[in-house]
Design a protein around this ligand. Structure first.
Ligand code: NAD
Ligand code: DAU
Length: 353
C-alpha cells in the first residue's frame, strides 16, 4: 500500500512525511511544486530511503497527477499543498486562487477519475483527506465560544477565502460524486521546519540576530497554537478512522495573545542563549502597522475529534515552544539556507515601513 501526499516539502507536510515513515513502512509519494515555501532540506533524513518517492510537480498538472495515481495506486491522498501565508495573500491573492482553488479542483477531478475506476475493495478503502484551517470560520469576539464544525464559514482574507473555497469543493465532491473525503480544520501550528515568514520562527530568528520583533497593531490578537507533531498525529488518526464526508476541528486548547507568545519565546531564549549585554530579547519587541483586515481571535473546539476518535494533543504550549526554540538553535544551517535570497526580498516588502 502507498499514500500520496501533496505539499510534503512544506512545514506541516514535511513533518507529516517524516513522522509517517518513522511510524510505518508504508511508502509515500510526495508531490510538491517547491515554491519558496517548499524545501527538500526538510527531508534530508530520508535521503536514500526507498519508501519516500519525491516528485516535483504542481497539483494542478493533470498529466503528472494522473500518471502518478495510475503508477502507484495510492490508497489515500493527503492534500497539504497550498499557498499558506496570510500577509502574502494580501500582497498578491492570485497565486492563492490558483493553487488553493483551481489546482485543488484539478486534484479533486483526478482523484475522482482514479477512484471511480478502482475495483470495489480498493474503492471502498480509498480516502481523500484535505488539510484546512480554522481561519475559514472568520474572527471571534473575546467571549464567543470556540469554533465548532457546524459553524458558518466567514473567511476574511484572500488566504482564508481560498481555503474556504477548497473546503466547499471537497465537500461537494463527497455529496455529489460520493468521493470518500475527510477534512481537518486546524489552528496555528508551530515547530521544526516552520518557514520564518510566520510569527514564531520570524521572532526567534530576529531575536537571535538582534533585529526588531515586529508585533502588528496592539499585539492582543489571539490564536490557538498547536505543536506540529500533534497536528500530524491528528491527521493520521482522521485518515485511519474518520467518518466519510465529516470535518474535524484540530486545536491545542492553547489560546494566547501574540504579545504573550513572543514574550514566552523571548524568556526561553534569555535562558538558553542570553544576550551578551544582559538585556532581555523582549527589549527588541517593536509595534508595527497592523495587518489589513486582521482577524482578532481564533479558538478551536476540538471536542469532536477527542470524543469520536480519541485524539488529544500531547504538547502544551510551554513544552512545544521550548522544543521549537531548541530546534532553531540546533539547526542554524537550515536557517542559513532558508533566509538567503528571496526571503530577504520578502522582509523588505513586508516590513520596510
Ligand atoms: P507551507 O506554505 O509551509 O507549505 C506548502 C507546501 O505546498 C510547500 O512545500 C509548497 O511548495 C507546496 N505547494 C504550494 N503550491 C503547490 C502546488 N500548486 N502544487 C504542489 N505543491 C504546492 O504550508 P504549511 O504551513 O505546511 O501548511 C500546509 C497546509 O496546512 C496548507 O493547506 C495550510 O492551509 C494548512 N494549515 C496550515 C496551518 C499552519 O499553521 N501553518 C494551520 C492549519 C492549516
Ligand atoms: O490559524 C491557522 C493559520 O495560522 C494557517 O491557516 C495559516 O496557514 C498560518 O500561516 C497561520 O496564519 P496566521 O496569520 O495566524 O499566522 P502568522 O504566523 O502569519 O501570524 C500569527 C499572528 O501574529 C497573527 O495575528 C499576525 C501576527 N503577526 C504575524 C507576523 C508575521 C505579527 O504580529 N507580526 C508578524 O510579523
Amino acid at each position: 500500500m502507498t499514500i500520496l501526499v501533496t505539499g510534503g516539502a512544506g512545514f506541516i507536510g514535511s513533518n507529516f512525511v517524516l513522522d509517517w515513515l518513522a511510524e510505518s513502512d508504508e511508502p509515500i509519494v510526495n508531490v510538491d511544486k517547491l515554491t519558496y515555501a517548499g524545501n527538500l532540506d526538510n527531508l534530508t533524513a530520508l535521503n536514500g530511503d526507498a519508501r519516500h518517492i519525491f516528485v516535483k510537480a504542481d497539483i494542478g498538472d493533470v498529466t503528472v497527477i494522473s500518471k502518478l495515481l495510475a503508477d502507484h495506486r495510492p490508497r489515500a491522498i493527503v492534500n497539504f499543498a497550498a499557498e499558506s501565508h496570510v500577509d502574502r495573500s494580501i500582497h498578491g491573492p492570485a497565486e492563492f486562487i490558483q493553487t488553493n482553488v483551481v489546482s485543488t479542483f484539478s486534484l479533486l477531478e483526478e482523484a475522482r477519475r482514479y477512484w471511480g475506476e478502482l475495483p470495489d475493495g480498493e474503492k471502498h478503502a480509498f480516502r481523500f483527506l484535505h488539510v484546512s484551517t480554522d481561519e475559514v470560520y472568520g474572527s471571534l469576539e473575546k467571549t464567543d465560544p470556540a469554533f465548532r464544525e457546524g459553524d458558518q464559514y466567514k473567511p476574511n482574507s484572500p488566504y482564508s477565502a481560498s481555503k474556504a473555497a477548497s473546503d466547499h469543493l471537497v465537500r461537494c465532491y463527497h455529496h455529489t460524486y460520493g468521493l470518500p473525503v475527510l477534512t481537518t480544520n486546524c489552528s496555528n501550528n508551530y515547530g521544526p521546519f516552520h518557514f520564518p515568514e510566520k510569527l514564531i520562527p520570524l521572532c526567534i530568528l530576529n531575536a537571535l540576530s538582534l533585529k526588531p520583533l515586529p508585533i502588528y497593531g496592539d499585539g492582543q490578537q489571539i490564536r490557538d497554537w498547536l505543536y506540529v507533531k500533534d497536528h500530524c498525529a491528528a491527521i493520521r488518526r482522521v485518515l485511519e478512522a474518520g467518518k466519510l464526508g465529516e470535518t474535524y476541528n484540530v486545536g491545542g486548547w492553547n489560546e494566547m495573545a501574540n504579545l504573550d507568545v513572543v514574550g514566552t519565546l523571548c524568556a526561553i531564549l534569555d535562558e538558553l542563549q542570553p544576550r551578551a549585554d544582559g538585556l532581555s530579547y523582549a527589549s527588541q519587541i517593536t509595534f508595527v502597522k497592523d495587518r489589513p483586515g486582521h482577524d482578532r481571535r481564533y479558538a478551536i473546539d476540538a471536542t469532536k475529534l477527542e470524543r469520536e476518535l480519541g485524539w488529544k494533543p500531547v504538547e502544551t504550549f510551554e513544552t512545544g515552544i521550548r522544543k521549537t526554540v531548541e530546534w532553531y538553535l540546533a539547526n542554524q544551517d537550515w536557517v542559513a539556507n532558508v533566509t538567503s535570497g528571496a526571503y530577504q526580498n520578502w522582509l523588505g516588502k513586508q516590513y520596510s515601513h
